[in-house]
Ligand binder design. Structure first.
Ligand code: FAQ
Length: 331
């Protein structure tokens, strides 16, 4: 359980059955819960867990693409990539701020990431060895992120829902730049086309894993759906992503690396793609810290934090100086 900071400390509740019933009725009538509203401790903890994991994902998620900023093939590509990676950093900051409204401090969240205690999305533990990976990330990873995050704009917790609106607008640009990049490679020579196909082969399954465990194994979905934090289950969103992405791949001549993929007219009553079994052992291995890049990602974040120590010290010294009128006047 997260310790409470100052914000939210006066919103501790006695969770009587009447209180819980009234809270659920508020959720059911689609009213937003705001930072200073009373809320069950379990609702607060779920949001802190989910929003902070999301914030960490955005920050760690800058690393795989950041790897290519100095090697982008043209100035135009470099400008787009720089803007995208910077956007992801911004998303992390909005999300840490949204988590702070629940009474947890940014320092605590940062410590949990750097100590390896906190989770972040499995997808960012895969390497980016070729330029085509940048296209695949924008197209698939941001595409999956949008599928998951558009419903979060209707999350019952107001500060998270509002942060998601801007995040989704930016993710939409990211997805388009990725798909456009992959499309350009597919219009290029044999080697470029092979590079695009190889990137799709490596990113397809990890992108499907981003949506989390299947509904039968998801621990939190039922309660989060009842609280209208999540609006769709993990499997529902994964299916929507597959249905939207397969035609995009086919349009530009790419082949999905799944022999079991085929259109099924009767799926879920409205048609959809059947697809192969996800390698859940791989998913849990990566989530538990044993993916290809977990150690490098954490090492990079720890180094960035240590290198930034002087900035934090200078900012705090500046704030302290200006918070003391006598010192400010004397200077
Ligand atoms: N990786 O019971 P559920 C992005 C954990 S942002 C690692 O189903 P829940 C933008 C889960 O935390 C990507 N762990 O959990 C970008 C839980 O563990 P816990 C991040 C995972 O919360 C693009 C356990 O498994 N997006 O890509 C993963 O109901 C490009 C059981 O799972 C968000 O965070 C995973 N993939 O559903 C940035 C969106 N999946 O906490 C840079 C908000 C599950 O009990 C470049 N989050 N786990 O220890 C969500 O929608 C949900 O939290 C889910 C998981 C869907 C991720």
């Amino acid at each position: 359980m997260y310790s409470q900071g100052l914000i939210g400390a006066d919103t501790q509740t006695h969770e009587t059955p009447e209180f819980l019933e009234a809270f659920q009725a508020k959720i059911d009538s689609e009213q937003k819960i705001e930072a200073n509203d009373p809320m069950p401790q379990a609702y607060r903890n779920t949001l802190i867990r989910m929003i902070s994991q999301h914030a960490h994902s955005e920050i760690v998620g800058m690393l795989p693409e950041g790897n290519w900023i100095t090697r982008a093939p043209t100035l135009r590509r470099k400008v787009a990539l720089l803007a995208k990676v910077q956007d992801e950093g911004g998303h992390g900051l909005y999300l840490y701020s949204a988590a702070e409204t629940l009474g947890v401090s940014r320092e605590q969240l940062t410590d949990e990431l750097l100590s390896g205690k906190a989770k972040y999305s499995s997808i960012f533990n895969y390497p980016t060895p070729t330029w085509a990976d940048i296209g695949a990330i924008g197209w698939l990873v941001d595409g999956a992120a949008i599928m998951n995050q558009v419903p979060l704009c209707r999350c019952s917790y107001g500060p998270y829902a509002r942060a998601m609106i801007r995040v989704c607008k930016e993710e939409s640009f990211h997805q388009r730049q990725g798909y456009e990049l992959i499309t350009s490679l597919m219009q290029g020579n044999d080697q470029q086309q092979a590079m695009a196909q190889d990137a799709l082969n490596r990113w397809w399954w990890p992108s499907l894993m981003m949506f989390g465990p299947s509904d039968t194994d998801s621990q939190h979905s039922d309660q989060s759906m009842a609280w209208k934090i999540k609006r769709f289950t993990n499997d529902e969103l994964r299916q929507k992503f597959v249905d939207a992405t397969v035609p995009q791949a086919e349009l530009i001549g790419l082949t999905l690396p799944d022999p079991d993929l085929r259109w099924n007219d009767t799926k879920n009553g409205e048609g959809g793609y059947d697809f192969g079994e996800i390698d859940w052992d791989e998913f849990w291995r990566v989530v538990k810290g044993h993916g290809m890049m977990n150690k490098d990602r954490l090492a990079a974040r720890r180094k960035a934090h240590a290198d930034g120590a002087w900035v934090r010290e200078a900012a705090l010294a500046h704030a302290a100086r200006h918070a003391t009128p006598d010192v400010a006047l004397a200077s």
